[in-house]
Design a protein around this ligand. Structure first.
Ligand code: DAU
Length: 347
């Protein structure tokens, strides 16, 4: 099968492209990516020139480009999105364009050419989850940030195409994902790279917000299974059972790096900050036999170790000509020191 992977030069997308090429020797991948700030050609290093892989630079909201690519592929997996909640609070319009208009443009081509599409979504579409509860697939979508609302909008458009046109769409709703090549604006890679350069870790509010943590390779495996075996029109939660308050994650991260807890600085909370996400992922386990292969400790350790050994990758972003330093200063009110990694006690 030939798969069009949109957003394939991004974080989870590039992990997915690697997985398909490694696990399905008869498959081919066409990666479509705009290479906006978080999509990077360096994320495809080692696979970009694989004879079964082709890279195309472009926008999922470009109807003509998308139509041609969908026509020549058997299925589409859409990772392309604006993904960072804090940026969505600064510029919601960009999120509607990528996460709603972009999805609709893909759906239109998928409908016209009668292909299958997998929409990669998020547990954030369910909104804040009370302690003791777990979101299950038929639950209402109650997003609370512009990012989550745009992702929910994309999902609702998928639903409309399933119902109105019988388009073959499946949806995955993933929890917080970490691993290699995540842009260092997200909490874990930001805090690892700040710790490695002896800079403060800005914890929002009391740091007791709860997230469930999954490794990108486990997330990519779930997406692949749903693409090949998921029931048309269905959504699948992809959780890990690794619920942790942020402060526990931060302490474990600092301990792994041998850095002091005095690097933690509590800063004003994210507006509308969701207190807890928690998924019931029994459906994908029962129906498709998926489960994560790593526990929390290994997920976090593997992630941190990747950043320790790949300081060139994240150093280029922090020193680079894209907007990371500008964003950082706007978001935190701090200047980003761009010195390289200092000596660490990383195991
Ligand atoms: O749950 C899935 C979602 O996980 C994905 O759909 C999103 O694309 C992804 O960005 C992530 O959303 P979060 O907002 O949970 O991830 P983030 O890494 O930004 O934040 C994780 C937690 O850490 C959250 O409670 C906010 C907190 N945080 C984050 C940053 C960037 C801080 O305390 N300080 C920070 O500087």
């Amino acid at each position: 099968m030939r798969i069009l992977v949109t957003g394939g030069a991004g974080f989870i997308g590039s992990s997915y492209v690697r997985r398909v090429l490694a696990h399905h020797p008869a498959d081919e991948v066409v990666t479509l990516d705009l290479l906006s700030y978080a999509g990077r050609l360096s994320n495809l290093e080692g696979i970009r020139d694989d004879p079964r892989h082709r890279f195309v630079r472009g926008d999922i909201a470009d109807a003509d480009l998308v139509d041609g690519l969908v026509a020549e592929c058997d299925a589409v997996v859409n990772f392309a999105a604006e993904t960072h909640v804090d940026r969505s609070l600064l510029d919601p319009a960009a999120f509607v364009r990528a996460n709603v208009t972009g999805v609709m443009t893909l759906l239109e081509a998928v409908r016209r050419h009668a292909k299958r599409m997998l929409q990669v979504s998020t547990d954030e579409v369910y909104g804040d989850v009370e302690p003791g509860r777990f979101s299950v697939e038929p639950d209402p979508l109650l997003p609370r940030s512009p990012y989550a609302a745009a992702k929910a909008g994309g999902e609702l458009m998928c639903r409309a195409y399933v119902v109105s046109y019988g388009t073959d769409v499946v949806i995955t709703r993933g929890c917080n994902t970490i691993g290699p090549r995540q842009y260092p604006e997200k909490m874990v890679p930001l805090f690892v790279t700040n710790a490695l350069t002896d800079q403060p870790l800005p914890v929002y509010g009391d740091g007791m917000q709860v997230r469930d943590w999954l490794h990108a390779e486990d997330h990519a495996a779930a997406v692949d299974l749903v693409l090949r075996q998921g029931r048309a029109g269905e959504s699948y939660n992809v959780g890990a059972g690794n619920e942790r308050p942020n402060l526990d994650v931060v302490r474990a991260l600092l301990a792994h790096l041998g850095k002091p807890e005095s690097l933690v600085v509590h800063v004003p909370d994210r507006p509308g900050h969701d207190r807890r996400y928690a998924l019931d992922w029994g459906k994908i386990r029962r129906e498709l036999g998926w489960r994560p292969t790593r526990d929390f400790e290994r997920t976090l350790a593997d992630t941190i170790d990747w950043y320790v050994t790949n300081s060139e990758w994240w150093g280029a972003i922090r020193r680079g000509t894209d907007d990371f330093a500008t964003y950082y200063e706007r978001q935190y009110g701090w200047r980003l020191a761009v010195a390289g990694a200092s000596g660490t006690g990383a195991r």
